[in-house]
Design a protein around this ligand. Structure first.
Ligand code: PAZ
Length: 318
C-alpha cells in the first residue's frame, strides 16, 4: 500500500469550502484566550469518512460516536480550560450528548392553547436538565467553547493543522487531546471517481492507500511546546500497550490513552514515557452513569500543570 508524505497530502487535497471561515474563528478564539493567559485544549472527536466518489453517495466510515470527546470537553471546561471542540458533523457534542433521541422531548410538557400555547419542563425533569443547562449557558456566555466540524479525513487534517497554527502561540498552555478516530487509509483524490459508481460496470476494485502520520509534524513542527495526548484504539489486548509505547517512542509526545473497542467506556490505560496508569470504573460506577472521562481529564490536567511548571508558565488554579 502506497503512502504519501504529509506535505504531499496537503498539496493534493484542497481545503474544504468553509475552511477560511473556520480558520478565522480559530484565530479569534485562540488570540482572545491567549490575551488572558488562559489554557486551551483542542479536543478532537468522532470518526472521519473516506469518500468513494467526489459527488459522495458512498463512503468508508468509522464506528466512533464521539462519546469520549464530547464528555471530555465538558470536564476540561469544568477545569477552567477554554475548549476547541473539533468534531465529526452529527456526532455527540458536549451538553446535548445527555439528551439524545427522544430524551429532551420527553422532559417537556405542552399546554396547547392556540396562540397562548406554553411549553415547560416537567417538574421531575428539572433536576436533570437544570445543572446541565446552567453549565452549557455559562460556557457559552464566557465564550469558553468553540465548535468546528469535519466529515472527511481530508477536512479533519486541514482543520487540525489550522488549529495547531493558532495554538502555537500559547506554547505550553496548549493541550491537544486527539480522541477522534481518524482513518488510517484513504483514496487519493485523483483515484476517486467523480460520479456515483455504477453496478453495471461490475464489482469495483478499491485500493486504499496509507494516510500520512500527522502526529510527526504536529509534535515536531506545528505545536512543539504543547502537551500532546494521542489515543490508541485496538481490539487485541496483546497489541494495545506495545503499540501505545511504540507511538510514544516514535513521536515523542507526552501521553497515549490506550483503550480497547469492547471496554473503552469503563477501562483505559494512560501510557506516558515513565509510567502506565490504568483507570477502571467499578460496576457500581458504570450503573450510576459515572463518566470515565472525568478521571482521564483530571489526570491530564495534573500532568499538564507539571508540564507548564517545567516550561516556566504560571499555573492558575481551575
Ligand atoms: O467516540 P467513542 O467514545 O465511541 O470512542 C472513543 C475512541 C475509541 C474513538 C477513542 O477513545 C480513541 O481511541 N480514539 C483514537 C482511535 C484510533 O486509534 O485511531
Amino acid at each position: 500500500m502506497a503512502s504519501s508524505s504529509w506535505e504531499e497530502f496537503f498539496a493534493v487535497h484542497l481545503p474544504p469550502p468553509d475552511f477560511e471561515d473556520n480558520r478565522s474563528l480559530l484565530k479569534e478564539f485562540c488570540e482572545r484566550h491567549d490575551q488572558y493567559g488562559n489554557k486551551i485544549v483542542l479536543v478532537t472527536s468522532g470518526g472521519t469518512t473516506v469518500p468513494l466518489e467526489h459527488n459522495t453517495v458512498r463512503f468508508v466510515d468509522n464506528f466512533s460516536a464521539g462519546t469520549r470527546g464530547a464528555s471530555s470537553a465538558e470536564y476540561f471546561l469544568e477545569q477552567g480550560y477554554a475548549v476547541i471542540f473539533m468534531h465529526r458533523q452529527k456526532s455527540l457534542e458536549p451538553f446535548t450528548r445527555h439528551f439524545t433521541g427522544q430524551k429532551l422531548l420527553d422532559m417537556l410538557e405542552i399546554q396547547d392553547r392556540g396562540p397562548n400555547t406554553t411549553i415547560s419542563v416537567k417538574p421531575d425533569s428539572v433536576d436533570v436538565l437544570a445543572p446541565i443547562l446552567l453549565r452549557y449557558k455559562a460556557a457559552h456566555a464566557a465564550g469558553a467553547i468553540l465548535h468546528v466540524s469535519f466529515t472527511t479525513v481530508s477536512e479533519y487534517f486541514w482543520l487540525l493543522r489550522a488549529a495547531c497554527e493558532c495554538l502555537a502561540n500559547l506554547g505550553a498552555r496548549a493541550v491537544l487531546y486527539l480522541a477522534a478516530a481518524v482513518s488510517d487509509f484513504y483514496i487519493p483524490k485523483d483515484r476517486v471517481p467523480t460520479h456515483k459508481m455504477q453496478s453495471a460496470c461490475g464489482a469495483p476494485i478499491i485500493q486504499l492507500h496509507l494516510v500520512p502520520k500527522m502526529l510527526a509534524p504536529l509534535v515536531n513542527l506545528w505545536v512543539p511546546e504543547a502537551y500532546v495526548v494521542s489515543f490508541k484504539l485496538e481490539t487485541d489486548e496483546n497489541l494495545l500497550i506495545p503499540k501505545a509505547r511504540a507511538a510514544l517512542e516514535k513521536y515523542k509526545h507526552k501521553m497515549v490513552v490506550a483503550n480497547l473497542l469492547q471496554t473503552r467506556h469503563h477501562r483505559v490505560i494512560l501510557v506516558s514515557p515513565d509510567i502506565s496508569q490504568e483507570i477502571v470504573l467499578t460496576r457500581e460506577e458504570v450503573h450510576a452513569g459515572v463518566d470515565i472521562e472525568s478521571s482521564i481529564v483530571c489526570e491530564i490536567v495534573r500532568l499538564h500543570g507539571c508540564h507548564m511548571r517545567l516550561a516556566g508558565e504560571p499555573v492558575s488554579p481551575p
